[in-house]
Design a protein around this ligand. Structure first.
Ligand code: ZN
Length: 209
């Protein structure tokens, strides 16, 4: 497996482009497409990636801003947790509040359930339901080594819970009861900012001590 991190859009969402480089088919997917579409198109082309789907950790406007662009360009579906539907339904309000242009509605084509696994080439993705930042926020554990945590867990901080479906008690429970049960050496790739590890956050994240 290979991946690229592409900070995207006005809120510097970490968009991730991931693909299976051990297989001729070079199957791949995008996590949280927030912008930088030309740069991502270029990476897809240069690496011969055969894009299969978009996977969203949650559906706040900054993380879905380029969903329709990639859906149309590559004819691929959007996967997100079923509980993100109310967030998708309220995108216009979020767009106005945060100053995004969003002309069309977004559709979740495949609604993921709590522990749903996805397999693509030699890549295994486990959905870990981590509500709190939003009702359907989900972290994705890839090949049991890398955790794409969205806006749930950041380096030394956590996602805000005062906007659009947030719940502070839930986010704390999600991290303590689910993410902190994972191995300490798992690398965490968050929705914003630098990467970290589960072990480092257990020791250094003030919200969780
Ligand atoms: Zn968010």
């Amino acid at each position: 497996m290979k991946y690229f991190t592409i900070p995207s859009g006005p809120f510097e969402v970490n968009t991730y482009l991931i693909y299976d480089d051990e297989n001729n088919e070079r199957l791949g997917f995008i996590i949280d497409p927030g912008g930088q579409e030309n740069k991502i198109d270029k990476l897809i082309k240069e690496n011969n990636i055969n894009l299969q789907f978009i996977l969203n950790t949650h559906c706040h406007i900054d993380h879905v801003a380029m969903v329709n662009y990639f859906k149309k360009k590559y004819g691929i579906p959007l996967y997100a947790n079923e509980d993100e539907q109310p967030i998708v339904d309220n995108l216009k309000e979020q767009a106005e509040y945060l100053g995004f242009d969003i002309a069309e509605n977004i559709t979740i084509d495949k609604k993921l359930k709590e522990n749903e696994d996805i397999n693509i080439g030699n890549i295994n993705i486990k959905s870990i339901f981590t509500p709190g930042h939003s009702p359907g926020s989900t972290s994705f554990l890839v090949n049991n080594n890398f955790l794409f945590s969205g806006d749930t867990l950041f380096r030394q901080t956590i996602g805000r819970t005062d906007l659009f479906g947030g719940d502070f008690d839930k986010i704390i429970k999600s991290i303590k009861n689910k993410l902190f049960k994972l191995n300490d050496d798992i690398i965490v790739y968050p929705g914003h900012g630098k990467d970290t590890t589960i072990g480092y956050e257990k020791k250094n994240n003030a919200y969780l001590m």
